[in-house]
Every structure is written in C-alpha cells, then in structure tokens.
Write a protein that binds this ligand. Structure first.
Ligand SMILES: *[C@@H]1O[C@H](CO)[C@@H](O)[C@H](O)[C@H]1NC(C)=O
Ligand SMILES: *[C@@H]1O[C@H](CO)[C@@H](O)[C@H](O)[C@H]1NC(C)=O
Ligand SMILES: *[C@@H]1O[C@H](CO)[C@@H](O)[C@H](O)[C@H]1NC(C)=O
Ligand SMILES: *[C@@H]1O[C@H](CO)[C@@H](O)[C@H](O)[C@H]1NC(C)=O
Ligand SMILES: *[C@@H]1O[C@H](CO)[C@@H](O)[C@H](O)[C@H]1NC(C)=O
Ligand SMILES: *[C@@H]1O[C@H](CO)[C@@H](O)[C@H](O)[C@H]1NC(C)=O
Ligand SMILES: *[C@@H]1O[C@H](CO)[C@@H](O)[C@H](O)[C@H]1NC(C)=O
Ligand SMILES: *[C@@H]1O[C@H](CO)[C@@H](O)[C@H](O)[C@H]1NC(C)=O
Ligand SMILES: *[C@@H]1O[C@H](CO)[C@@H](O)[C@H](O)[C@H]1NC(C)=O
Ligand SMILES: *[C@@H]1O[C@H](CO)[C@@H](O)[C@H](O)[C@H]1NC(C)=O
Ligand SMILES: *[C@@H]1O[C@H](CO)[C@@H](O)[C@H](O)[C@H]1NC(C)=O
Ligand SMILES: *[C@@H]1O[C@H](CO)[C@@H](O)[C@H](O)[C@H]1NC(C)=O
Length: 699
C-alpha cells in the first residue's frame, strides 16, 4: 500500500478532516543515530556543514585517531619543479593526437615534461586544516585506559556527545560544526579540567601532495620545519596563523573559561590549552578561515543553537520517505537513506561539487570531477533540497571561460567542460581526463530539472549562455563520417567505463543517447525563449550514428570485439544501461533490444568489480522497467556496502568513503519515490508500506 502525501492539500482541509498525518520525521531520523564505544580507525564520526567538516574519534575530537579537518577553501601548492623548461605551468604542452585527420592537443602528461605534468596533477591539493584533541597532562593516556566509553551522534541536531571515565572521573564532550561558518564548537565537562589532568591540544600539519589517495589520514606531521605557525594572544583567545609556502590561513580559538594557551615545544606546531584551577567546564570554538579573522568569534551556545536549528530545518524541509520498520531489508535501506542524507549535507554540499571522498579524506589530491557532478548533485533536485544544490551548481558558469578556452585550443566551437578540477577550473593532465566526454550534457540535465521546478524567465536566462556554449561544442565535436553519412562521437575518446582503447572507441551507446538528450534540451531552451535553433545542433542530433547493436543487444561502442567475453569490457560501470532509466527513453530506443541487453548484462557482467553508482544505476533501470523488487535488491546488493557509520565502502578500486554511492542511492530512491514522466511513484515492492512526502518527479 502506498500513500502519496499531498502536503499542499492541507490548507484546503479543516484540521479535523486531515486524511493523512505527516511522517514523524524526527523519530525515523533518530532511529539511526550513530552510536559507538570505540574509535573507528578508518571512518570518523563527522560533523560539518558542506564546506567544512571535522572527523572525530571516540573522544569527539581527534585525540587518539588523527581524523581530518577539511574544507572547500583549504588548498596548497608545492614548490614548482626546478627542472629546466618545466618550471611553470605555461611550460606544459600536453600531447597531440590525431583526431579525424588533424592533430588536436590534449592535456595529457607528456613524457618530455614529466615533472611539470605531475606537478599539475598533484597541485593544488586539499589540506588538512588541523587536529584538535584532548591533552591529558603529562600522562600517556590511551583509548583503552578510558572506561565507560560511549558516543552518539544525534542526526536530528548534528551534535556528537561523547563520554568516558578516566581516573574514576567522568568526562563529557559535545562537538558540533556551525552551519554557516567553518567553526567547530566544543564543550568539555569534567573535574579533571581543574587539576591539570585535562586540556586541549591544537596541531597543524604540512601538506605534501605526494599521495593521490590520502586516506584515511591527510597531512604530514613530521615535516615540522617545512611550514610555520605564529600565535597572537588576546583575552580568552588566540589566533594561530599557519603558513605553508603561499598558503596562509587562520585558526581563531576562543575559550569561555579561565585558561592559557602554551606554545609548541621542540619546533612542533602543537599548542596546548590548559584550563585554570577550578575550571569544570571548558567551552571553546575554533574558526578556520583563509582571511584574518575580523568578527568576534561566536560562542559555543550561539553555535549550538544555530546548529540544532539548521539540522532540524534540513530534516523537516524537502522530501522524506519512511519505509516499513518490520522488514529488515527495508530498514537497512532506510538506514542508508538517512545516513546518506546526513553525510551528503556534511560532505556533498559545498561551494564546489563534491570530491568522491567528500571532506572525510583525500581522493585524487582532493580534486573534484566534472563528470561526477551528475551523481553528486542530481539527487538534491528530486528531494527538493534546492538551496544545497544551488551552492555549487554555479560551477558551470564559473568554469565557462576556461571551458571556452579548452575548446578553442583544440579547434572546436563552444565550451568543453573539463574533468579533474581544482577551484580555479584547471583540469588536471591525464589521458582519461582529456578524453572523457560524458560530462558535457550534464548542464542540460540540471537546467531541465530546474525549469520543471521553476519554469521562469530567470531560469531560462541563468542557463542560456551555458547551454549554448556547451551545445555548440557538442555539435562541433561530432564528426561527419562521409562513408556512413552519420555523425560520429570519437575516436579518440573514453566512454563512461574508461576501459576501452581510446583510438578505437567510437559511438558508445550511452554517449550517443546523452548527446541527443543534451542537444534536445538545448533546442527546447531556444524555443522557450522564442529563439531559433541553430541548424547544426538539430542536424547533428538527427544524424548522430545509431546506437550500436550486435547480435540483438546494445553494445559498449560501435565495432567492439568480444565485449561479453572479454573480462575488462564487461566490468566497471555498466553505463549503457543508463539509456533507459538514468535518461528518459530516446525516440530511437528499441525496448526489445534493450530488454535483451539488460538480460545480457545480468548474465555476463562481473558485478564483483562494480562499485559506487553502478548499483543505483542498475536500480533505476530496473525500476524504469517496473521491477521494484530488483531495484531494491540492487540497492542492497552484497557488493554495495555501507559501513556502520553510513560511509559507502569504496571496495577494490577506490578508498572508502566513495560518496557517489550515497548520492546515487538517494537519486535512485528519489526516482522510485517520486516517479518520472509517465509513471507516478512510489515504485517499491508491493508488500512494503511506503510513505513519501514532497518528492519531485524525474524526466
Ligand atoms: C561496545 O559495543 C559493542 C556493541 O554494542 C559491545 O559488544 C561491546 O561490549 C561494547 N564494549 C564496551 C567496552 O563497552
Ligand atoms: C596553485 O598554483 C596555480 C598555478 O599557478 C594557481 O592557479 C593556483 O591558484 C594556486 N593555488 C593555490 C591554492 O595556491
Ligand atoms: C630548454 O629550452 C631551451 C630553449 O628553448 C633549449 O635550448 C634547451 O635545450 C632546453 N633545455 C632542456 C634541458 O630541455
Ligand atoms: C592514440 O593515437 C595517438 C596518435 O594520434 C598516439 O600517440 C597514442 O599513443 C595512441 N594512444 C593509444 C592508447 O594507443
Ligand atoms: C609517553 O610515551 C612516550 C612514547 O610512547 C615515551 O617516550 C614517554 O616517556 C612516555 N611518557 C610518560 C610520562 O610515560
Ligand atoms: C586530578 O584528579 C584526579 C581525580 O580526581 C586524580 O586521579 C589525578 O591524579 C589528579 N591529577 C593531578 C595532576 O593532580
Ligand atoms: C615522516 O613519517 C613518514 C611516515 O610516517 C616516514 O616515512 C618518514 O620517513 C618520516 N620523515 C621524517 C623526516 O622523519
Ligand atoms: C621538506 O623540505 C625539505 C627541504 O626542502 C624537502 O627535502 C622535503 O621533501 C620536504 N618535506 C616534505 C614532506 O615535503
Ligand atoms: C624536546 O627536546 C628536548 C631537548 O632536545 C628533549 O630533551 C625532550 O625530550 C623533547 N621533548 C619531546 C616531547 O620530544
Ligand atoms: C526493435 O528491434 C527488434 C529486434 O531487432 C525488431 O524486430 C523490431 O522491429 C524493432 N522495433 C522497432 C520499432 O524498430
Ligand atoms: C521489456 O521488459 C519489460 C519488463 O520486463 C516489459 O514490461 C516490456 O513489455 C518489455 N518490452 C519489450 C518490447 O519487450
Ligand atoms: C571479476 O572481478 C574481480 C575483481 O573484483 C576479479 O578478481 C575476477 O577475476 C573477475 N572475474 C572475472 C570472471 O573476470
């Protein structure tokens, strides 16, 4: 039985006639509050605000385990190489590859420019802003010496409460992050504060950019002479300035009881806050910022009030789904949904699109990927969380000028969106980075979702120049093949699954469908504004190569050999299933062939090697075919795991967490809850009693 809640009908009905009660969101959310009694070495318990996050161990701080403090703005460049002719990024020339009879320059590592190529890949890298932990006087205290350890994260309020006992005295700690500034607020209550047995340390690491994956811990703690810290004291506070070459930022520490902060010893960068006699409660805040602090730092209580209000509003606004409590599969799915909602507000709602490991640790040097923007952001649109989506969707506008330059340098029209990016819009050198194309139509998808929700002039204006630039590139990228009389995509190129030989890859099924979808939206955009459609867009769209079919099934790309029996070709992302599910059906889609394709994928794919968003993709496709049981079973597939803290496990190929799995889960659940054009949601197994509120509808 399904109940679609019609919130807007409430105002039309007298209160006593309310047909439905709203879901008790608070009790559903709090059912999944995190609890633990020992530090999780790999996954932190996290608090954060989308642009800033703090990973905590069992003490609610970073006492025993150096979990990270990461932000949207904290980045560092290593010194440029001193190799002759490789001392500046303008010395990087990339590689020229033959592309339909002409040499096109691609930003790929050039063996003759090894040092500057590598520098451009690993710089800038995201930095760990600092570590905050308990100081136990001169004693060496280990976690095992703490008794009665207990910790919980109240998801409804965004607050971690930790407690334990040491020397027979209780210690209680609350930890939270301000929703609108990069401030962590902490309260410690204990008798131990009053006799020099308990205080707080603040430490600051160096950043090297040496590791592509810096997980679970980010930063270098023993290169103390490569960077410096300075402290400026004031009444009940101090500002620590941290200098790592050209990166400079501040930690504004403010405490609310009698205490002194001591300088580091032995050339380290570890400062110690020691409470005065009789202090039994120590509250403090630390605000990290790239600019010297101007305002008075905010108090613990003020931060706590803001934090609780923000999280409560987060849970109460937008969509919500409640799954049956008595069904264990449904409860596991509910757990993943709630924890994903929490973790994506902390890690996937910043000013830039999220990095795959969010603000937990560093993947790919902390850089974010433009092809992944779809998976990171699309779910917000269905869950009606437009303000969080709005924080980073401006990236297409911000990066438009570098996108135009990229296309121009390669002799194309329009704007070519990059790949592995830092906040300036530079795309890191890489063979795959420079040859992937499925990021191009993403802005069309987002623009269309926005227009469905906000069918206004303003929306048309907001996206017009972006869609035009990107569509111009897409049309100009397609190459007219005179022997077949159709437009080809590639070669050279990499498809979604990144597992083919780029000089052989032409007309991959998913990209053909997505190109047609994107150009279709761009055409609509013109018509809605009363403008004419550029004839080349339409011509390319109508004359793109047909979806490649072999033996009655769609295949990865045109002419692929032995796809179903070559292990490396029938693993990784099963992107071709995206043409029915992720994308609305193309007029060229043949469902008989598609049905045969999905059977073939089910039979032949190596799902043990699938990860991340593959399972949500499979779920969406199954749901689009009306198979709710299968959809749910993909979301709970044994290769698709979320740990006890809700972190999506990366698996063999990428470190944990791998947030596209969380964001993809919410996208799939959002589509299954809200339905899509031509089908009302919810689409869940028949015996599940599902309650949904306020979901948008997918295309
Ligand atoms: C910690 O929690 C686990 C699981 O709830 C339990 O088995 C274990 O005994 C607890 N350990 C301590 C030291 O309380
Ligand atoms: C790193 O260097 C690049 C190239 O000079 C520059 O564009 C970027 O702003 C720098 N980033 C940081 C964080 O210093
Ligand atoms: C650097 O460039 C200069 C001038 O282009 C050239 O003469 C020289 O051989 C180059 N040096 C190296 C080490 O490649
Ligand atoms: C693709 O072709 C280019 C020449 O256009 C060549 O330099 C490159 O090595 C080839 N790439 C692969 C992966 O074969
Ligand atoms: C604390 O431990 C360190 C290293 O583990 C050791 O060098 C030091 O002597 C210990 N200090 C005390 C007071 O036990
Ligand atoms: C502080 O008090 C606790 C118990 O209240 C005691 O165990 C500890 O030794 C004291 N520490 C100092 C430095 O006096
Ligand atoms: C710093 O620590 C790393 C890893 O723990 C170690 O490999 C390296 O040798 C240390 N460097 C110094 C200068 O002690
Ligand atoms: C610290 O600086 C020294 C001297 O410049 C350098 O050799 C070392 O590699 C640096 N350490 C790190 C972690 O970058
Ligand atoms: C600090 O350095 C001094 C002198 O070099 C040494 O005696 C002391 O043990 C060091 N302390 C720590 C905590 O490393
Ligand atoms: C779909 O493909 C099947 C199998 O190749 C074919 O028999 C059928 O005619 C196609 N349907 C359409 C509408 O083209
Ligand atoms: C494809 O499969 C779906 C679900 O199994 C079924 O409803 C549909 O009729 C099939 N379509 C064709 C054309 O075979
Ligand atoms: C499937 O992928 C796994 C890696 O996760 C690999 O070990 C295994 O050999 C693959 N199986 C086949 C049939 O290729």
């Amino acid at each position: 039985m399904y109940r679609q809640r019609l919130l807007w009908s409430i105002t039309l009905l007298p209160v006593s006639n309310l047909a439905f009660e709203a879901i008790d969101r608070q009790s559903v959310v709090r059912r999944f509050n995190l609890r633990q009694n020992e530090s999780h070495f790999y996954s932190p318990m996290q608090v954060g605000n989308g642009n800033f996050a703090f990973g905590a161990d069992i003490t609610g701080l970073q006492t025993f385990v150096p979990h990270n403090t990461l932000s949207s703005w904290g980045w560092h460049n290593s010194t440029l190489p001193s190799t002759p002719n490789q001392t500046s990024i303008t010395d990087f020339t990339g590689l020229d590859w033959w592309t339909h009879g002409r040499l096109v320059n691609y930003a790929q590592p050039n063996p003759a420019e090894k040092d500057i190529s590598q520098w451009m890949i690993s710089n800038p890298h995201r930095i760990n802003l600092g570590r905050i932990g308990l100081w136990f006087g001169e004693q060496n205290v280990t976690e095992l010496m703490l008794s009665e350890r207990s910790q919980s994260l109240d998801l409804w309020e965004g607050i971690i409460s930790s407690s334990f006992s040491l020397y027979g005295e209780n210690v209680c700690i609350e930890t939270m992050v301000d929703p609108t500034s990069d401030t962590i607020a902490v309260e410690i209550r204990s008798e131990l504060l009053s006799n020099s047995s308990l205080g707080v340390f603040f430490d600051f690491p160096y950043a090297s950019g040496k590791n592509k994956f810096d997980a679970p811990f980010v930063g270098v703690w023993n290169a103390t002479s490569n960077h410096s810290t300075l402290i400026e004291r004031r009444d009940r506070g101090a500002i620590v300035k941290h200098i790592l070459q050209t990166t400079v930022y501040y930690a504004d520490i403010a405490w609310e009881s009698d205490a002194v902060i001591e300088d580091p010893k032995n050339g380290t960068h570890q400062y110690t806050l020691k409470p005065g006699n009789n202090v039994k409660e120590l509250r403090f805040t630390v605000t990290f910022s790239p600019e010297p602090p101007k305002l008075n730092p905010q108090t613990f209580i003020y931060t706590k009030r803001k934090t609780r209000a923000w999280w409560q509003d987060y849970w109460e606004s937008g969509a919500f789904i409640s799954l049956p409590q008595k069904n264990s599969s449904a409860q596991e799915l509910q757990r993943r949904i709630i924890l994903s909602q929490y973790l994506l507000a902390v890690n996937g709602a910043g000013k830039d699109p999220a990095q795959e490991s969010g603000l937990v640790n560093n993947g790919w040097y902390g850089k974010f990927h433009m092809e992944m923007v779809f998976w990171h952001l699309a779910h917000w649109t269905l869950w009606n969380k437009w303000s969080l989506y709005g924080r980073s969707i401006g990236i297409y506008d911000r990066f438009l000028s570098t996108s135009f330059e990229r296309a121009k340098r390669q002799g194309y029209q329009g704007a070519r969106i990059g790949k592995m990016s830092d906040p300036t819009g530079r795309s890191a050198p890489g063979e795959i980075n420079s040859l992937l194309i499925w990021q191009q139509p993403h802005p069309m998808y987002f623009a269309e979702m926005e227009y469905r929700k906000f069918p206004k002039e303003e929306t048309l204006k907001k996206w017009d120049h972006i869609l035009k630039g990107v569509a111009d590139f897409m049309a100009s990228y397609a190459w007219f093949n005179e022997s077949t009389n159709v437009y080809d995509l590639g070669p050279p190129m990499y498809p979604v699954s990144e597992n083919t030989s780029p000089n052989q890859t032409v007309n991959p099924t998913f990209e053909l469908a997505y190109w047609r979808f994107g150009l279709g939206v761009a055409e609509q955009w013109q018509l809605r504004q009363g403008k004419s459609i550029p004839s080349n867009w339409r011509f390319v769209k109508e004359n793109l190569a047909p979806f490649p079919v072999e033996n009655g099934v769609y295949v990865l790309y045109e002419g692929v050999k032995n796809m179903w029996t070559t292990p490396t070709l029938s693993e990784d992302h099963p992107g071709l299933l995206g043409i029915y599910g992720w994308l609305p059906p193309d007029s060229r889609l043949n469902l008989t062939i598609f049905n045969a394709t999905i059977q073939k994928v089910y039979e032949s794919w190596n799902f043990t090697y699938s990860y991340g968003w593959d399972f949500p993709l499979l779920a969406i496709t199954a749901a689009r075919l009306g198979d709710a049981e299968k959809a749910v079973s993909w979301l709970l597939d044994s290769n698709n795991q979320f740990d006890e803290l809700g972190m999506p496990i990366g698996g063999a190929r990428v470190p944990t967490p791998y947030f596209p799995a969380s964001a993809g889960l919410l996208l799939a659940v959002g589509m299954m809850a809200g339905g899509w054009d031509g089908l009302e949601g919810p689409i869940f197994p028949e015996e599940w009693h599902v309650e949904v509120e306020a979901f948008g509808k997918a295309m």
